[in-house]
Design a protein around this ligand. Sequence first.
Ligand SMILES: C[S@@+](CC[C@H](N)C(=O)[O-])C[C@H]1O[C@@H](n2cnc3c(N)ncnc32)[C@H](O)[C@@H]1O
Length: 290
Amino acid sequence: MEAIDAFDQFYRSVYHDRWSNLRSALAEKPLQVKRLNMFMKNFDLKASDPVETWASNCFSVEQTFEPQVQACGLIDFFVMDLASFIVANILEVQENDRVLDMCAAPGGKALILAEKLGPNSQLVLNELSRTRFHRLKRVLEAYVPQDVLERISFRSYDATKWGIYEIDAYDRILVDVPCSAEAHLLRNLSEMQKWSPKRSKRLAQRQYALLCSALLAARPESTIVYSTCSISPLENDGVLHKLKRKKGDLFEFEVPISPLGERTEFGWQILPDQHQWGPMYFSVLRKLNY
Ligand SMILES: C[S@@+](CC[C@H](N)C(=O)[O-])C[C@H]1O[C@@H](n2cnc3c(N)ncnc32)[C@H](O)[C@@H]1O
């Protein structure tokens, strides 16, 4: 069977009557917002209306829009999906936190985490791929002022092993894992050849390893946000289900309020057929004091 037929068969069995509309929404050009770089002090927004009342610094992108370097040397806007904005904010970084972003490139969510750092906080940004690591550094250097960059460190490790080396070390961890990225496959049909249900299972194993590693690296009482841009239940609730079964005594689920999306067993899913934005899945965990 062709990969695309197997793909349709698999997702139709998950989403049933919803699949045809969801498939069309995923295949469309992604909707994005331009988010103001919050390090730009007193920036003149020329009376623009935000796209959503709860996202006061996110605006619609006009066709000709290009982010610009402003006089202060920083770029003014970052173009991103509103669902990514929600995930980065749901981590709720506080002024004195030590924060780890395990899979950070290209860096859209990392920028939001960086904006919340206080003078005593620290942010560690990790990315395994060397090319993406350099891209991540370039993004942060273009948007973040020097005094804040001094509180950010860049690493390029396999984050599945992080928890072996640093235990009980972070107050907040973002685990934004590599995933099937089905919307990307539908928009790039040559990439679709890579898809198979086995590939989603293999990714789910890697995602589980990343999440276990985060659980070790997190301090007791700390928060972990697990997120994917996959619509595969194996990579979303499936990973959390396994974690609950194998390590359920180490954490509990938090139930945040998301401004968008549908509740799933262990988190939230934002899908573009119903909510315009996404796809995005996230689940929030609190490590217990054991
Ligand atoms: C979904 S992307 C992250 C997107 C990023 N958080 C953002 O908002 O821009 C997942 C990233 O994880 C990286 N990655 C894959 N396996 C990894 C591993 N074992 N350790 C660290 N990073 C990894 C990939 O190269 C990819 O850049």
